[in-house]
Every structure is written in C-alpha cells, then in structure tokens.
Design a protein around this ligand. Structure first.
Ligand code: SF4
Ligand code: SF4
Length: 478
C-alpha cells in the first residue's frame, strides 16, 4: 500500500488517501494436490497392523454373532432398545449411554495427553479404512512412481482397466462397510436374506447406499482432507498437549544441516548432520507434510515417517531415531515427567466416572413399571354403584431371562384390585394390562386417594418396583 497525505493549509485538516500499490486476488479455497504415498514397512507399521486388524474383524464380525437368541450388538431404534452383548439399554437407561460416551471422551483426552495422537494414527476408522483403500490402490495401480506415471498418461485400455479394478474394489469394500454399519441397526441376517431376494426395505437400502458412498468418498477420495478440515478432534487435540506429551518429532540438532553426501562416514567433517535430505519421510506421509518443519496439526501420528527414516538410517549405518517418539522437554534436554497434574486429573475423572457407571449399572432396576390413568374420565360408576378408576399398567422385563411377575396394590383406602395371578413377561418384552380399581361408594368421601402399584418377579421378590398414582372418587361434596 502506498500512502499520500496532502495537507490542507487553510484549515489544517489532514486528508489521508490510501492507494493500493498492487491488487492481489486471494483464493480462500486451497486446491488439493493429490498425494502419492510410498509404501513403507517397519516396526510401527507392524503395530498399526496388529491394532487395525482386530478392530476391522470386530467391526465386520460382531453383528453376525448372537448373544442368546438375539444379535450380540443391535441398536434397535424402532423398539428403542440398545443391545450390547449381555446388556440391554432401555430408554430409561440413556443417561448411562451418555456417561459411557463422556468416559470414552475423557479416556481419549488422557491418552492424548500421554501419547499424543495415537488414536488418530493407529485406531481411528478414517485411518484404518484409508490404509485399506491405499493397499488396494497399490495392488491395482502399482508403486508410487507407477501411480504418478499412470495418472500422467493419456487414457488407454490398460489405464482404464487398472482404474476400473481399483474403483470396483473400493466400492465393494465400501458397500461391505455400509451394509455392516446398517446391520448394527437392523437385524443383519434378515437384511441379508431380504437383499438376496431383492426385497430389502427402502430405508435400509437408502442408508446402505449413503454409508457406501460416505466410505468410498472419505477413504478413497478425501483421505487426509477429512483429518485436516473435517475432524474437530484434529483442531482441539493440541489443547491436551503439554511439553511432556509424546509426539513424533524430527531431531533438528542431530539432523541439521541436512544434505546429500558422497560418503556416509565422514559427514561430520563435511559439516553435515544425519539427515541426507532423501525426502522419504515426506513421500510416505499420508497427509503430505514434512515433519522436519516441526509439529503440525496435520500430523496424524501414524509413525510412517519414523519407519521410513529408520530404514534410511540403517542403510547409512547411523543410529536410528532421527525421527522418533519424544517429547518437547526431552528434545530440549529437560527431565521427562510422566506423572503430571493434568494427566492425573484425567485418570481420576475417568476412574470416578467408571465407578459411578458401574454402580449405576449394577443397581439399575431390572423391571420397568409404568402406570397411566385413563384420561377420559376421573372415575366411573359401575352398575352395582361401585366407584371405578381405569389404568394402563406396563411391565417391562429388562433381564435376559423370562420372568413371572406379581402385581399388587397398596392404599390406605379399601380400594380393590382384581386378582392378577402370575404375569409372564419374556426377556426384553413389555406386557400391557388394563386394570380397573374399585371402591365401595360408602368410602368415597375423599376425592383423591393415593394408591401405590408394586411389581416384583416371583424369583426375586426382594427386587420390587413401585409407582405412585391417584384414585379419584366423587368426594364428600358430591
Ligand atoms: S527420511 Fe530421514 S534422512 Fe530422509 S529426509 Fe527424512 S529425516 Fe532426512
Ligand atoms: S508427519 Fe506424516 S508420516 Fe509422520 S507421523 Fe505425521 S502424518 Fe504420519
């Protein structure tokens, strides 16, 4: 910007005029540059394999397993019941699920404070699925250099064949992922039979299609863009970092000045550090960053650059660990503190919440009793002159076994309930009863009487549940 400031001599008013020296157009949208990652093997990639595979197998297999006579994990939205292995969560238990999510979040905070973005690098579904999609890409289109060449080539039969094969496999895996995901919400065996008979419910078909496209787009096309621009955790995880958090870092003091060298042995005499500037750490990085520029929010902590650099160090006969897991304090030569207040705070919070949730789950009612008064009339008078109140009583069996229940009534007034006998309710089922309570007219001087319904399983009479309600009568003013 250049500035001109002519002075008005008569009235001493200064008028400032700003004339832009150059006008530049800034594009707020940064165009994505395709990242061609190089395949690398090493210690940390084996760990990623061992953490990724069990999760994948668990994801794909779990909905096919049964627990008793129902699907082991089923989020049954129409029935408003969530089955997770031996546990069934009813709408009344939703606060427990909320607690479970809060505990998971705090556990993630603790792990992040201790070991940085290990969740992102080793177990996040986006990372695991992207790694599978990249594996397919390498198998169908070849190595990094072959893929770069293929993309630069004009279209040919061979290029079409390779691309077609890659996208078909991507879509197949994405479909399998989407179908399994919907199978956590709809019984998967029935859905598979429906699919085979082409009679699948349109809503299920829609969600399978949606999650297929989401997987295909996220893991095949968007990849690191999801971590960089869409994942909120990437943005706020640095708030959990402190100078003692484990981060993947390049040892500048050891690596610089970087540069290629003729002989590996005398690089110090040549005034060079250990980094030979081979760019391998950049070429393997799935987010396309150069870790030598310092810690960046794009780094997902996958440790590919560590394995890449260690392989280079091995070839050069230099010690491993030019890029390594370390801490800011360790890099500055300061003492490492593993136990620190914030970490202790997270762990204590998680322990307290787990204990609270465990207590809530151990002591939660295994029966749900709900009592709804008839809304059409306060009371009825029967042919024999009795005062009658009508109720809808629901008994839900939240246990994993069938039970026989007993329903009884408590009231200070002589209100009668017909004998109910044993009420059988299957596991996970709700039984609805229409109950009519009666009161002789000579006792009806009180307009509102308190009544208490009580239910218990015959096999566990000590675990009873009670619900208070009202019995209305004409009252003395009638
Ligand atoms: S892989 Fe290691 S040696 Fe090669 S550029 Fe990266 S830091 Fe330097
Ligand atoms: S810099 Fe890249 S390769 Fe290294 S851990 Fe971070 S994301 Fe992975």
């Amino acid at each position: 910007m250049s500035e001109r400031s002519p002075k008005d001599k008569d009235n001493s008013v200064q008028v400032l005029e700003f004339v832009p020296a150059e006008v530049a157009e800034i594009d707020l949208y940064q165009k994505r540059e395709k990242i061609y990652t190089r395949k690398i093997e090493g210690f940390f990639q084996r760990i990623r394999l061992y953490t990724g595979w069990p999760l994948l197998i668990g994801y794909f297999v779990l909905p096919w397993l049964n627990w008793g006579d129902r699907q082991s994990v089923l989020f049954d939205l129409p029935e408003r019941k969530f089955h997770i292995l031996w546990m069934t969560f009813w709408p009344q238990d939703m606060s427990m699920l909320a607690w479970l999510l809060i505990i998971a979040a705090f556990a993630l905070f603790a792990v992040t404070n201790l070991a940085g973005r290990v969740w992102c690098g080793y177990t996040c579904p986006q990372t695991v699925w992207t790694a599978m999609f990249m594996w397919i890409e390498q198998k169908t289109e070849g190595s990094r250099n072959q893929r770069i060449k293929l993309d630069q080539q004009p279209w040919s039969f061979d290029k079409f064949r390779k691309k077609f094969l890659k996208h078909s496999m991507w879509l197949g895996l994405a479909f399998f992922t989407g179908f399994t995901f919907v199978g956590y919400f709809t019984p998967i065996v029935g859905m598979t039979i429906d699919l085979a008979q082409l009679s699948i419910h349109p809503m299920a078909a829609f969600w399978i299609g949606f999650f297929t496209l989401a997987t295909y787009g996220n893991a095949g096309w968007m990849r690191e863009q999801v971590c960089k621009y869409m994942c909120p955790y990437a943005r706020f995880q640095s708030a959990m970092f402190d100078p003692d958090t484990l981060i993947i870092s390049y040892d500048k003091a050891r690596g610089e000045p970087r540069g290629s060298r003729k002989h590996a042995d005398d690089h110090q005499q040549q005034g060079l550090g250990d980094c030979i500037d081979c760019q391998l750490c950049v070429q393997v990085c799935p987010t396309g960053i150069d870790i030598r520029n310092g810690l960046q929010y794009e780094c997902i902590g996958c440790a590919l650059c560590i394995d890449a650099c260690d392989s280079v160090m091995d070839k050069m006969h230099y010690p491993r660990g030019l890029i390594r897991y370390t801490t800011e304090n360790a890099l500055k030569g300061k003492k490492l503190h593993i136990i620190r207040p914030r970490l202790v705070g997270y762990i204590v919070a998680v322990a307290l919440m787990v204990s609270f949730l465990g207590y809530r789950m151990a002591t939660r009612d295994s029966i749900v009793l709900s009592v709804l008064r008839d809304r059409q009339a306060l009371y009825y008078t029967t042919d024999s002159g009795q005062i009658e109140n009508r109720y809808t009583v629901k008994i839900a069996n939240k246990t994993e076994t069938n039970h026989k229940y007993r329903l009884s009534l408590n009231s200070s007034a002589p209100i009668q309930m017909p004998e109910q006998g044993a009420i059988t309710v299957s596991s996970g089922e709700v039984r609805e009863l229409n109950i009519r309570l009666t009161l002789a007219p000579e006792y009806s001087e009180q307009a509102a009487n308190s009544v208490q319904f009580k239910v218990y399983a015959e096999s566990e009479p000590e675990k009873s549940v009670t619900v208070d309600s009202k019995f209305f009568a004409p009252g003395s003013g009638h």
